[in-house]
Design a protein around this ligand. Sequence first.
Ligand code: CP
Length: 306
Amino acid sequence: MLRHLPHFKDWSAGELLELLEKALYLKEHLADYAGILKGKTMAMIFQKTSTRTRLSFEAGMTRLGGHAVYMDWRATNLVLAEIKDEIRYIAGNADLVMARLLHHKDLLEMIAYATVPVINGCDDRYHPCQAFCDLLTLREKLGRLQGIKLVYVGVWNNVLNSLVDLCHKIGVYLVAIAPIVNEPSWDPELLAAAERSGFFRRAEDLRTEVRDADAVYTDSWVDMEFFLDPAYEAEKKRRLELMLPYQLNAANLAGSRALIMHDMPIHPGYEIDRAMIEDERSIIFPQSWNRMHGQNAIILRLLGLL
Ligand code: CP
């Protein structure tokens, strides 16, 4: 059956835990899977900038013996034509599609018309691959997931939604300290389900919450498409002033043994102090390198090969 990945909402805890274990196995035995995608092509459609998502998917396809085609939205006829027509053409040439889009509704349109799996490479509501690979990193570093405490501090955004989606089902206690909400990412149904599970709550005091946390996670306070936008300057300033007390720095993390996470790109001096990036508790780079390994498992699962 054709399965897409707009988010993980329709995945059970058992399916998620099983795929995480398989992702770890795949990482450790990558050479054994070197030819599994021979002859297969992934179309990678980008409406926004990317370093990790582009490279990790492309490198993953290469490692598995397949091929990835990078398609910058602005250099394709997606700028001129309707998504429903372009995606049907693309699906006739590719075995799967990964799209990083501005709006979730456009991803849903691709899914409605594509005849091959479509993976969400981050939109304004969800970033499922990021969160899956983050949990892979925590499973690897801590040896378990169920019962651990993860504190997210930052703006309520697509990444937090996907962490909420996964953590409450798997049994990771997720505490969100998010005084600002990116409106397009707000998902009251997901929030209600997470709150009912008992594995999610909101909080305000970072120093209290990190005392017994296993990991603390931050993200950019300003979405990538707005970071260099002069029209967004006043909102950017407001956010930086309001969020600065929530920065990951030595004072806020004093006495905590929590592993330090960030999905990158990093803005040192804003959401995190440079010293915390380099701190011995930081797992930011292994976290970023796991993007490829977790996504390899997702690709193979969607193609029915894992
Ligand atoms: N974390 C993440 O998705 O990185 P990129 O924006 O560089 O792809």
